[in-house]
Design a protein around this ligand. Structure first.
Ligand code: PGA
Length: 247
């Protein structure tokens, strides 16, 4: 069976000014020739400078969101084509902070995933349940529903990843148990196979939500965990490198 190449991606969120490029450079220097795929997704303003600084290294640069349209009267938005031209190779889509803060629906995330393919970017599509949904025993129903709704059929055979990020674990220091992570990741894998066929076995399923050096090894070695999407702990090269090294 095809096994996915693991991916460790850092999500800087709305953090990072020019000085912080030094952290990205330290990550690139620290990973050396690792076989793991590593990416950093800085704010859009830093993509071009970071891509230049990391050119030739093992670390790819990604965006944190894109508009579905390629261009037009959409004040403040950025298209997949623009991110790609700035040097991005990947793009995070459907992060819970965008689903909750900007009312992004599964259908919109699916349209953005199509845009990413059109623009030549590899999408990292985020899914995850809220605490209320988990308490109500609805985790698998919610997450597999998001996978079905947010991943267009056109992703079949293409490079992409899914990030399982329980909303209640993001930035809180809380994480699900390894058994809980494995249960959700297995359900995501089964749904991907149903929706996108056997080729989707190549897509890594990342875990995200309070991944840090102290819990990375346990999480990254869980069944069907093909890497991590790391927020806070990706801002400092030392912590991010420790997470990469735990794989
Ligand atoms: P965190 O964020 O690692 O700071 O919890 C993860 C994410 O939101 O992608």
């Amino acid at each position: 069976m095809t096994t996915p190449t693991p991916l460790i991606a850092g999500n800087w969120k709305m953090n990072g000014l020019e000085n912080d490029l030094a952290e990205a450079a330290a990550v690139a220097a620290g990973v050396g020739a690792t076989a793991t795929r590593v990416a950093i997704c800085p704010p859009a303003t830093l993509i071009e400078r970071m891509a230049r600084a990391l050119a030739g290294s093992k670390v790819d640069v990604g965006g944190q969101d894109c508009r579905a349209q390629a261009s037009g009267a959409f004040t403040g938005d950025v298209s997949a084509e623009m991110l790609a031209q700035a040097g991005a190779r990947l793009v995070i889509l459907g992060h819970s902070e965008r689903r909750a803060g900007y009312g992004e629906t599964d259908a919109l995330v699916a349209a953005k995933a199509l845009a990413a393919l059109r623009g030549g970017l590899e999408p990292i599509v985020c899914v995850g349940e809220t605490l209320e949904e988990r308490k109500a025993g609805r985790t698998l129903e919610v997450v597999t529903g998001q996978v079905r709704g947010s991943l267009p059929a056109e992703l079949a055979g293409r490079a992409f990843s899914v990030a399982y990020e329980p909303v209640w674990a993001i930035g809180t220091g809380l994480t699900p148990s390894v058994a809980e992570i494995e249960e959700v990741h297995r359900a995501i894998r089964a749904t991907l196979r149903e929706e996108l066929g056997e080729a989707s076995n190549r897509a890594p399923i990342l875990y995200g939500g309070s991944v840090k050096p102290s819990n990375a090894a346990e999480i990254l070695h869980a069944a069907e965990v093909g890497g991590a999407l790391v927020g806070g702990a990706s801002l400092k090269a030392q912590d991010f490198l420790a997470i990469i090294g735990a794989l």
